[in-house]
Design a binder for this molecule. Sequence first.
Ligand code: HEC
Length: 142
Amino acid sequence: MSAVALTLPAVAAPDGAALFARCAACHTRSGAGVAGAYPPLGADFRALAAKPAGRRYLTLAVLRGLSGPLMVEGKTYRGVMPAQVLDDASAAAVLNHVGTKIAQSGPAFKPFTEKEVVGYRASGATLSSAEVAKLHSGAGGK
Ligand code: HEC
């Protein structure tokens, strides 16, 4: 009988690039968005991600959804983003994909941790999508 290596079942880390496909359906593959409908995931994202209040807003936008009005890079959006069903590790992974591969301008990007997402999710658990959108202007967006 040959030796069989015993390994624990591999729990693959969530793949932020693969998860981004669902965001790209609206925000486009490059993240440039669609003027007047879907905001770009660019300089505003990176500016927000540089501050704690902005990191909370970005996480809650993904987890709770958003309904405007919302001013992003000088343009007003009055859309509705549905809440995205993602566990904590997956939310961190997709935010990190945006911060490193999609949003190409703005301040240096510090990755989101799963623990951070856990905290923001809990602190925003009762917020509506409209209430999340109201966090934007005070959170360091552009
Ligand atoms: C069904 C379309 C749709 C999908 C899918 C979607 N979004 Fe959105 N997203 C929107 C719309 C519309 C807005 C603007 C909402 C508003 O006008 O209040 C928005 C806004 C945002 C914002 C706020 C941008 C800013 O600068 O304040 C972020 C961040 C964001 N989306 C990230 C994501 C991520 C990450 C995903 C994938 C996990 C995703 N979105 C999936 C439609 C979508």
